[in-house]
Design a protein around this ligand. Sequence first.
Ligand code: NIG
Length: 385
Amino acid sequence: MSVLVTGIGELTTNDDELGTLRHAAVVLDGDRVAWVGGAADAPDADERVDVAGRAALPGWVDSHTHLVFAGDRTAEFAARMAGEPYTAGGIAVTVEATRAADDAALVANLRRHVAEAVAQGTTYLETKTGYGLTVPDEVRSAVIAAREVDEVTFLGAHLVPPGWSADDYVTLVCGEMLDAVAPRVRWADVFCEAGAFDAEQSRAVLTAAARRGLGLRVHGNQLGPGPGVRLAVEMGAASVDHCTHLEPSDVDALASSDTVATLLPACDLSTRQPLPDARALLAAGATVALASNCNPGSSYTSSMAFCVATAVLQMRMSVAEAVRAATWGGARALRRERGDGAVGVLRPGARADLHVLDAPSVTHLAYRPGVPLTHAVWRAGRRYR
Ligand code: NIG
């Protein structure tokens, strides 16, 4: 079944040759993009959808979420807004609620959040384990996530659970836990931060994960300067996420590496941290991604449009830079930006992930912040709205 989406007033492709097209059309065939070009030259298809001059772009690629969870942390958020600092200690509250929830409750909660994201134009989604922190609970989170999202990351090293010494827990993660979870996930991550895991503990987790063939990601430099970025670069991680507190040497290390700097501005706002210095990263030549970090503690939003608007309005990214970071950048952070079935890009052979805005240009994403602008979404060729 093919669909011709035509009458696109402005089409962002993220393809180096196609660029941004006016008066454009896209043909989706099954779960792939079959054709991209000027509307006047478009081939026939089984179905025709005229979007009447609206802007279209690749679906958002949300490369950082924590959606296998139960429970609620409204009270923690309210206390924070009243002046309490964010310490990540609340992770333990979600761990307790997640362990107590049955599978059906976890699946329902995950599906609700994925549906919420897709309705806002997110078409490719990563999520993490990390609220289980026992072997069976981490396996359960990975199994549930793998059924519902595109990419799963093992984050057994999210926090040292109560009752454990850090060294004993790292030994568990590096051995029995990774043995059990690794076959079910593509990525491993570690929260390298004061109060979570130090550089040596984080290196041990990443080394053990790499030995089992997993790709690497790091939570780093979220709550203060630290070794996370340097470690991620040293270990060849695909992405280091947060990057809120960067030294000039961190920026230089990222710029001379293949590690993507994934910025999570909704988290920084919700935890009253400064916003990351996207301009320094871009000026140095680092690859930047934007992601929601949707989780019940530090960033309870699934809105990539909110992240884009914040990046433009408060981090001085251009609209083009922010849109690219939330689409192609996320795909690059997940190493899915190339080849057959690529995401974050519209070209023949890419996955049929298309987001049509109720606006004539992507500029409206920042010009009209907070306004729901998603008009239509195709995810792997299936229309969701
Ligand atoms: O990415 N930094 C660590 N992990 C999450 C927070 C999770 C939570 O507070 O529940 C993050 O912000």
